[in-house]
Design a protein around this ligand. Structure first.
Ligand code: PLP
Length: 364
């Protein structure tokens, strides 16, 4: 027995007929970009989140990059971003020429919402709230700081499709909220994809132009745009998956609940679920002191593990020019040394879940 970290064809097999029908229908339609399937998906995903506008894009990174561009955040502007995040959150800021101001996390791995004030300066323009691993940031204090300082709020919901906070979904809080549909995400496509949602008509229009060569009318280029479109096949497949997102998230929650109740090992610290949040367990992240020893043991016993993420953005080679020294963000850096993610995916068999639990419980 070897348990892979993720087995993506399992979630395809769950709704195989619906996916193949949608794909073939799109192939037969003769329209492969900017067609009916995209409009359908944008309408469906927008109403799923209760937002007025949704723009389908080609990736999560582009959704974040175009969000800051549409908000006119650039040269000299500061954006507060969690130090504990995936590199894409930070790339979207620096690719616009803006300055990332890193903020330490709380014990739930998300930005420490109660202590954001200390990162505010005259140059602060926005806060990027990243709902990491499938759990919402604690939004009330963040929204309070945003309102009090007249800032913009952008959400990175790449790991939180359908996750909740006090009865509202992540993606319903930001001036712009950004999503990725990378295949491993909870709402994953069968290739790359992304989207933004907003309630602001001007921002919607601007991002629509930016994704299509800066053009509203064919061959008229009002602004310097990009090619960041979500294609018809991905949109058609995402429409199918979106119709099953509740049960897909529920399956992940059920696996997570088994891990939370059945993993019992002094060496392992389980993730904490925060009050007021509805966690959809994009990734199940545990902590252990001797991580390399643990990972070696797991691998030898047939369970694959991963680390999300071993090098925090501020210590990444590409950002060496910022001159941020190791030790500058001790909480983030300690997480990076102790966290490890265990297999949790749609279509995981009971026998596989049992096996993971038994192997972890046997670790000494
Ligand atoms: C996956 C991810 C992204 C980037 O999405 P892509 O579609 O891979 O470009 C951004 N932020 C976070 C937190 C992610 O997990």
């Amino acid at each position: 027995m070897y348990i892979n970290f993720n087995v993506l064809d399992r979630q395809f097999q769950m709704y195989r007929n619906e996916y193949t029908e949608a794909a073939i229908k799109t192939l037969e339609s003769g329209c492969y970009v900017l067609g009916r399937e995209l409009i359908n998906f944008e309408n469906n995903f927008g109403s799923f989140l209760g937002r007025k506008y949704c723009v389908g894009l080609n990736s999560g990174l582009d959704s974040l990059t175009l969000a800051f561009k549409a908000l006119d955040i650039g040269e000299g502007d500061e954006v507060i971003v969690p130090a504990n995040t995936y590199i894409a959150s930070v790339l979207a800021i620096t690719r616009n020429g803006a300055i990332p101001v890193f903020a330490e996390p709380d014990q739930y791995f998300n930005i420490d919402a109660e202590n954001i004030d200390r990162y505010i300066t005259k140059k602060t323009k926005a806060i990027l709230a990243v709902h990491l691993y499938g759990q919402s940031c604690y939004m009330d204090p963040i929204i309070e700081v945003v309102d009090r300082n007249h800032l913009l709020l952008v959400e990175d919901c790449a790991q939180s499709h359908g996750a909740g906070y006090k009865g509202k979904m992540t993606g319903s809080f930001g001036h712009i909220s950004c999503f990725s549909f990378y295949p491993t995400k909870n709402l994953g496509a069968f290739g790359d994809g992304g989207a933004i949602v907003t309630d602001n008509e001007e921002l919607d229009e601007k991002i629509r132009m930016l994704r299509n060569y800066g053009s509203r009318i064919k061959n008229q280029h009002e602004i310097e745009g990009y090619n960041s479109r979500l294609d018809e096949i991905q949109a058609a497949l995402l429409n199918v998956k979106l119709s099953h997102i509740y049960e897909l998230n529920l399956e992940r929650k059920n696996i997570a609940n088994r891990y939370l109740t059945e993993i019992r090992n002094q060496q392992i610290i389980l993730p904490e679920k925060r009050e007021d949040t509805d966690h959809i367990y994009h990734i199940f992240v545990i902590k252990t002191k001797n991580r390399s020893g643990f990972r070696e043991y797991m691998d030898k016993n047939g369970v694959s593990t991963q680390v999300h993420y071993p090098i925090p953005p501020h210590l990444s080679q590409c950002y060496r020019y910022m001159g941020i020294k190791k030790g500058s963000f001790p909480i983030t850096e300690r997480f990076a040394e102790e966290i490890v993610s265990i297999p949790l995916y749609n279509g995981m068999l009971d026998s596989e879940i049992n096996y993971v639990i038994d192997i972890i419980n046997g670790y000494q």
